[in-house]
Design a protein around this ligand. Structure first.
Ligand code: ATP
Ligand code: MG
Length: 732
């Protein structure tokens, strides 16, 4: 049925049009990446308005991110030909916040309630915890917060927590704590993120009049990325969609292969039971992918076929013209090489006139961004880190740098103030004030004031013990930096000061990532002659960082890239232990691995034109090279859609005895383990010769048995033979 169809429909394929024109009754669009699900949703929004079925305020549209909401608003405006105002369009949280302002009194709040951020939440929880006298080493507040949040994700109010639910944490007192925390929130007229959904769902459940009002209001409901809704979001949607005696005009779009948020409570089952939840539902499948080339699709489809738990969908290339280039799989030496390779490719793309905004680097974990950021800064290429902080802006990195600044410059009061009570050392606001007074009166830096006040006994109790330890750790670091090098010194300091320990005890989901970032920071120290050189570099980097303009390329995590598209996508770090992550490997379950594979699928399918996957053969861990194994996902890519090669473009070294192209079976494991085939051409430190006795921080004393450039093989007296980099050993 073409003919006199409106223009905005004529550009779509019959299945897409079907999904748009079936306005009434429940509808599920279940389709693979890039098949136009989001486009269908947007066009459906416009179609409902343009065909006079509803006014803008009568449509409820849920997106997964604020960015997606903005994009949809723009697309709808473009289709309407005028700015779209007053829409109920946004993320679950944004929509709930807006609703809750109107009904806050039902849950004991006023309409001006505050929404707490994560820091505030934790501070409040700590107050609540005080009378419980819980061993916070064993049960850190962050962990308890996590338990409460998961309960909220599942729609459980304190009363609904059964004893069976509440066993694994804080001696089974979590439910009590949860109840107290909720009471405290009410007392200060606040709610946290999880409450937005929980409160609104409770209100609609208990107050039929409120629910009826929304039923009258919202004639149409649209939901993007349905596969990643959690239980509370699902309950909220069901309440709104089930109108007595009338069909539910709810349209959800999703892809089970892109379900990547189970760690935040998402339930892919929600999509699987749509037809049961909404009797009479239609299911539309879209099979043409308009985003990517045939080669990219072939690679992505071949990869995801390795998952067992999936509904199974067909995906055909929708653009007849787009055969495209094969997905490149590039083997590099190490992460520096990887960054060089990516940097060189980006420069080439830019030289060829490609827009920077059409390029993205998608990483598995936050710590991976550093090497790329450094390289892009060196090359003067504008970039932004989307959905996260740039490496040097992250709290743990700033803290660690503050520690280093105090080592390098004991009178750096700003840095010292940042770390004096991080981790907690019993220095309160009054204590800090006294310290400042002492320092001001005698015109001395804070560190000197601490030493004096420790000596005179003015600092007492826990603070005395803790600050003595801190001052000692700082002094040791200063001395070690001169004797054994700054890398060892800082590595030790971060441990000895209790800083790393603080994050290890932290059970919140982002803590492991922070520890990885700290390790990466320590690794990167080795690139500098001394601490001063490193700190100067950081100061300069921080300065240039502010200047990302519109035509910047993006660096972001794979999770953050869902729903987005770019011409060129770099996918670095495809090694076992990075991607799939070490945590997934340690847990060992099939579920976790399949979720990682879906994440890989999301990554590849972000690319329109070219996807470049890379993996390093070696990774530097605590100053010793360890061989890395290419990700199993690399091997699962169908050979006919990929082109593998060792990196010959940017590397200062090359493989010996390995052809540049590895043929149809990419990277048998042995190839990657052949670290010994590597001939590094980097300069050798004078004196590092066979037979020389050396000392290494982790491995102790040993004798050099072979030298290849800057890589040494050392027979350690206790640790046995190891390969290390010359910088990390001292001649003795
Ligand atoms: P994802 O699963 O990654 O969220 P999606 O299914 O939501 O993908 P869209 O982002 O809506 O897919 O569409 C992918 C690309 O294909 C977009 O650039 C969109 O404009 C384009 N597209 C969708 N349908 C058509 C069509 N019928 N003709 C041409 N281009 C289309
Ligand atoms: Mg989409």
């Amino acid at each position: 049925p073409t003919g006199n169809a409106p223009e905005y429909l004529s550009r779509l394929n019959p299945e897409q049009r079907d999904a748009i024109e079936t306005t009434d009754g429940p509808l599920l669009v279940l389709a693979g990446a890039g098949t136009g699900k989001t486009r269908v949703l947007t066009t459906r929004f416009a179609h409902i308005l343009l065909s006079g079925r509803a006014r803008p305020s009568q449509i409820l549209a849920v997106t997964f991110t604020n960015k997606a909401a903005r994009e949809m608003r723009e697309r709808v405006s473009a289709l309407l030909g005028e700015p779209a105002e007053g829409l109920w369009l946004g993320t679950f949280h944004a929509l709930c916040a807006r609703m809750l302002r109107r009904h806050a009194e039902y849950v004991g709040l006023t309409s001006s309630f505050t929404i707490l951020d994560t820091d505030d939440q934790l501070r409040l929880l700590k107050q609540v915890l005080e009378p419980y006298r819980i061993d916070t080493k064993r049960w850190p507040p962050q962990g308890i917060m996590g338990v409460i949040q998961r309960w909220k994700d599942r729609g459980l109010v304190p009363d609904a927590i059964t004893a069976a639910e509440d066993t694994d944490f804080a001696n089974g007192r979590c439910a009590e704590i949860y109840a107290d925390y909720q009471t405290r929130l009410k007392q200060i007229n606040a709610c946290d993120f999880g409450d937005l959904m929980l409160h609104m769902t409770e209100i609609m459940r208990k107050h039929p009049a409120v629910l009826e009002q929304y039923h009258r209001y919202f004639r149409y409901i649209l939901v993007d990325e349905y596969q990643d809704t959690n239980t509370i979001q699902y309950l909220w949607l069901r309440l709104l969609a089930h109108r007595a005696g009338q069909p539910s005009n709810i349209c959800c779009v999703g892809d089970d292969d892109q379900s990547i948020y189970s760690w935040r409570g998402a339930e892919v089952e929600n999509i699987l039971r749509f037809e049961r939840d909404f009797p009479g539902a239609r299911v539309v499948r879209l099979e043409r992918n308009y985003r990517s080339t045939r080669q990219i699709l072939g690679a992505a489809s071949g990869l995801i076929a390795h998952n067992e738990e999936r509904l199974g969908k067909t995906l055909h290339p929708g653009r007849e013209d787009a055969e495209g280039e094969k997905v490149r799989v590039i083997s590099v030496q190490d992460s520096d090489d990887e960054a060089r390779m990516v940097g060189a490719e980006i420069e080439r793309l830019r030289g060829d006139g490609h827009a920077m905004s059409e390029i993205a680097i998608l990483v598995r974990a936050g710590f991976q961004t550093r090497a790329f950021e450094e390289r892009l800064i060196t090359l003067g290429l504008p970039y932004r880190v989307v959905g996260g902080l740039r490496f040097y802006e992250r709290a743990e990195i700033r803290d660690a740098i503050a520690y280093m600044r105090v080592v390098s410059q004991p009178s750096d009061d700003l840095a010292f103030e940042r770390i004096i009570n991080v981790p907690r050392r019993g220095v309160g606001a009054t204590g800090l004030q006294k310290l400042h007074m002492h320092a001001r009166e005698r015109q001395m830096p804070l560190t000197a004031a601490v030493l004096e006040m420790l000596a005179t006994g003015e600092i007492k109790g826990r603070a005395k013990e803790q600050l003595t330890a801190l001052m000692q750790a700082l002094a040791t670091a200063r001395e070690q930096a001169g004797r054994e090098g700054h890398v060892v010194a800082i590595d030790n300091l971060l441990e000895a000061s209790g800083y790393v320990e603080m994050w290890k005890a932290d059970k919140s989901p982002d803590a492991p990532g922070r520890i990885e970032n700290l390790k990466e920071l320590v690794r990167s120290l080795a690139d500098y002659e001394n601490l001063g050189g490193f700190l100067e570099h950081v100061a300069l980097v921080m300065d240039t960082e502010a200047k990302a303009g519109d035509d910047s390329m993006s660096i972001m995590t794979l999770h953050g890239a869902k729903g987005l598209e770019f011409d060129t996508v770099f996918l670095p770090g495809w090694e076992e232990g990075v991607f799939p992550s070490q945590r997934t490997l340690d847990e060992g379950g099939l579920k976790g691995l399949e979720e990682e594979r879906r994440l890989a699928y999301v990554g590849i399918t972000r690319a329109r034109r070219l996807a470049i996957i890379s993996h390093a053969a070696n990774r530097l861990i605590y100053g010793s090279w360890q061989s890395a194994i290419p990700s199993r996902f690399v091997e699962e890519l169908p050979a006919e859609h990929i082109e593998s090669r060792g990196d010959s473009t940017s590397s200062r070294r090359n493989f010996l005895g390995r052809p540049a192209v590895f043929g149809s079976s990419p990277f048998p494991l042995v190839a990657a383990r052949r670290v010994h085939d590597v001939t590094p051409a980097a300069a050798t430190t004078p004196g590092m010769k066979v037979g020389v006795r050396v000392f290494h921080q982790k491995f102790g004393y040993g004798t050099i048995t072979s030298v290849e450039g800057n890589r040494l093989e050392v027979a350690f007296e206790k640790a046995g033979p190891k390969r290390v980099i010359d910088k990390f050993v001292k001649q003795v």
